[in-house]
Design a binder for this molecule. Structure first.
Ligand code: HEM
Ligand code: SF4
Length: 553
């Protein structure tokens, strides 16, 4: 894991001091609302429905146990004893007091954390695969590149006031677990003839105008990563629209001029800077990689370890279910990655209490080299657990409420804070998530349905990724009343697609029945072992439409 050097500590410390002064001047009436707005946004602070909301950056989702414990303590001392993991692998506090935010930031700085670039029109926290470094299908570990991007983008003077926010995701495996095709820039690590490089995609995004990113470079040499990103963001900064905030994202620019023309401009700009200061030397690359070396794995006989685990699973059905759904095969024999579910029924997806965070820190220390990762579907990963310790981990996780064996199933849904917290919401989303979890709580049924993503957003800003859910639910306002539109067929995987609207929206009371009808049709129509998304792609929207809107006879 990357550790701060003196320079990092200095700039983050200075930022805390500056923000303390700004907050004091605002509270004393010396700064107007308007003057304070950009200052607080540069420090992750939104003003929401009921209280300020503070978003903390978790670089590419990676946390050490000291950081998790500090987050737990902050949630207890300054908030209501819980926090919320977001879909960009960050963490939010929903109830801080404005006057205490500088103290929170000072507490975070002590454990090498901050809230810069988590809001405002700048390059946001880079996201990545939560299984980075351990996945069997990994080409190269993406974390060193994420860290290089983090350092390049932090306080980048040219990019502090972009037309709009800017999100970058990096994936290093053959399966896309970082949703790179719905990011402003998606970076896919590739290997060609033994050389490491990148495919670069631009102009993806969700929000009110969802777009799948376009490939603008098929192979970018490793050394050129930062200069090429710089060229892209520079062209966007110069040509992106500033007259209309709904048309300001890079996706609109790329659509307007066409990906080919955009690529041509980027290449021309890049030619001018590619041999300059941003070129990554072998030393710089080696330095970045030095923070992500292998932990001290024990050597196991993989086959013997697998057999022992199978025996344990055979003796305990509940453990076996958890093992099946909530653990992930590791590239090192005798190890697995464990996914802690934040989605038991009745808990808003992504919410964790102070005690749970402390339990995660303890589990990380005892079983996973002191680290944990936040996933983009709002769960937590312990990446390096010995298989012979899985039973113990499961029991502890169960005692703390995050061993619900539902990973990847219908109830492992992504859900935004919606109308319970967010002032932009058209409708509440958390009660919809809960109603669906309650209705579909039979695990055997969920397992029979198999992998299925259901994503819920409370408005068209799409924080809950409804455009890329196999089933997406969107809160809409119909003459002042909360309604829900259902969409089908979205995916953020390597075969990314945008969901299509099923038809007229539904009242809250109708939503679970509608989901039930959709699932019934899938079960009736599927081929053996065919996943929901594949059945949908084969039969299309129409049969679902006919079933859901059929008049009762
Ligand atoms: C409660 C306060 C929040 C507000 C006011 C808010 C506001 C917004 C807005 C206005 C957009 C659309 C921006 C655009 O397309 O340019 C957006 C997008 C997004 N938000 Fe939020 N959001 C909030 C909370 C969250 C939370 C809690 C999450 C994670 C669970 C989240 C994740 C996202 C994501 C992933 C997008 C993606 C859309 C994209 O960039 O293409 N937001 N948010
Ligand atoms: S999708 Fe809309 S309601 Fe949900 S958090 Fe984003 S802005 Fe708020």
């Amino acid at each position: 894991m990357y550790r701060y050097d003196d320079r990092d500590r200095t700039i983050i410390g200075e930022r805390v001091t500056q923000f303390r002064g700004q907050t004091e001047r605002y509270l004393a009436g010396e700064l107007s609302e308007e003057q304070f707005l950009p200052l607080r946004l540069q420090n992750g602070l939104y003003i929401q429905r009921l209280a300020p909301m503070l978003r903390i950056a978790v670089p590419y989702g990676l946390l050490n146990s000291a950081q998790i414990r500090r987050l737990a303590r902050i949630s207890r001392d300054y908030d209501k004893g819980y926090a919320h993991f977001t879909t960009r692998q960050n963490l939010q506090f929903n109830w801080p007091q404005l006057e205490e935010v500088p103290d929170i930031l000072a507490e975070l700085a002590e454990v090498e954390m901050h809230a810069v670039q988590t809001s405002g029109n700048c390059i946001r926290n880079t996201t990545s695969d939560p299984y980075a470094g351990v996945a069997r299908d990994e080409i190269v570990d993406p974390r060193p590149y994420c860290e290089l991007i983090r350092q390049w983008s932090t306080f980048h003077p040219e990019f502090a006031f972009l037309p709009r926010k800017f999100k970058i995701a990096v994936n290093g495996a053959t399966t896309d677990r970082a949703a790179i095709r719905v990011h402003d820039i998606g970076v896919q690590i590739v290997e060609r003839d033994g050389e490491i490089g990148f495919q670069v995609l631009v102009g993806g995004g969700q929000g009110r105008t969802p777009v799948i990113a376009e490939l603008i470079r098929d192979f970018l040499p490793e050394r050129d990563l930062l200069s090429y990103l710089e060229a892209i963001v520079r062209i966007y900064n110069q040509l992106g629209r500033r007259d209309n905030k709904y048309k300001a994202r890079i996706k609109i620019l790329v659509k307007a001029m066409g990906a080919e023309e955009f690529a041509r401009l980027v290449e021309a700009e890049w030619e001018k800077i590619k041999d300059g200061a941003e070129q990554l030397t072998p030393e710089a690359l080696a330095w970045a990689k030095s923070f992500f070396t292998e932990p001290a794995y024990n050597a196991f006989d993989g086959a013997a370890s697998d057999t022992a685990l199978e025996q344990q699973a055979a003796e305990d059905k509940a453990f076996s279910r958890w093992l099946e759904r909530n653990t992930f095969r590791h590239r090192v024999p005798g190890y697995r990655a464990v996914r802690l579910s934040t989605k038991p029924t009745g808990v808003p997806p992504g919410d964790v209490t102070d005690r749970q965070m402390e339990a995660i820190a303890d589990l990380a220390d005892a079983f996973s080299f002191g680290e944990a990762r936040v996933t983009h579907d709002q769960n937590v990963v312990l990446a390096d657990v010995q298989q012979d310790k899985l039973y113990e981990v499961w029991q502890t996780a169960r005692a703390h409420g995050f061993a619900t064996p539902n990973i990847g199933t219908l109830t492992d849904m992504i859900c935004c804070p919606g109308g319970d917290y967010c002032s932009l919401a058209n409708a509440k989303s958390i009660p919809i998530a809960e109603a669906i979890q309650r209705r579909f709580d039979d695990m055997d049924y969920l397992y029979d349905l198999g992998d299925l993503n259901l994503n819920i957003s409370g408005c068209m800003n799409a924080c809950g990724h409804h455009h890329v859910g196999h089933i997406g639910i969107l809160g809409v306002d119909k003459k002042g009343e909360e309604f829900y539109q259902v969409q089908l067929g979205g995916s953020s995987s390597e075969q990314a697609s945008l969901a299509k609207v099923l038809g007229p929206s539904f009242s809250r009371a109708e939503v679970t029945d509608v989901i039930g009808k959709i699932l019934d049709l899938y079960v009736a129509e599927r081929h053996p072992d065919e996943l929901f998304i594949d059945t949908y792609n084969r039969i299309g929207l129409q049969p679902f439409k006919e079933t859901v809107y059929a008049k009762a006879s």
